[in-house]
Design a protein around this ligand. Structure first.
Ligand code: AMP
Length: 115
C-alpha cells in the first residue's frame, strides 16, 4: 500500500471507482477514460509500481490479473470476437499511473500495431 498511489486508494475504497470484480489479490474496475466499449483495468491490490519491478516472489500476480481479465471478457461477451490485454511499462510506452495494471479492451475492431 502506497498512500500517494491513485490505484492503491481505489483498492482501499478511499477513492471512488466503478468496481466490477475482485478477489483476495486483484481488483477490476472501469477505466475512467474508456478507449473501447469495454475498457476495464485489473490491478493487484498490493503496490507494484511497474511491470519491470516484478520479482520471482511477486510475478504470480500477473497471471492472476490475466485470469481475472479472461473471466471478465467472458462475462462481457467480448471473449469470442476477441479482446486485447495491455500492460504499459514506463513513460515511453504510455504508462501514466504508477501502479501495475492490465487494460482489458474490447467491443470494437482494433488495429495492429497500436501506434
Ligand atoms: P496507463 O496509461 O497504462 O498508465 O493507464 C492508466 C489508465 O488509468 C488510463 O487509461 C486512465 O484513463 C485510467 N485512470 C486514471 N485515473 C483513473 C481513475 N480514477 N479511475 C479509473 N481509471 C483511471
Amino acid at each position: 500500500m502506497n498512500d500517494d498511489c491513485l490505484f492503491c486508494r481505489i483498492a482501499q475504497r478511499r477513492l471512488p471507482a466503478e468496481i466490477v470484480a475482485e478477489d483476495d489479490d486483484v481488483l477490476a474496475f472501469k477505466d475512467v477514460n474508456p478507449q473501447a466499449p469495454t475498457h476495464l483495468l485489473v490491478i493487484p491490490k498490493s503496490h507494484i509500481a511497474r511491470l519491470s519491478d516484478l520479482t520471482p516472489e511477486t510475478a504470480r500476480v500477473v497471471g492472476q490479473t490475466v485470469l481475472m481479465a479472461n473471466r471478465l471478457a467472458q462475462q462481457s461477451g467480448i471473449a469470442e470476437p476477441g479482446y486485447r490485454l495491455v500492460m504499459n511499462c514506463g513513460p515511453q510506452a504510455g504508462q501514466s499511473v504508477w501502479h501495475l495494471h492490465l487494460h482489458l479492451l474490447g467491443g470494437r475492431p482494433m488495429k495492429w500495431p497500436p501506434g
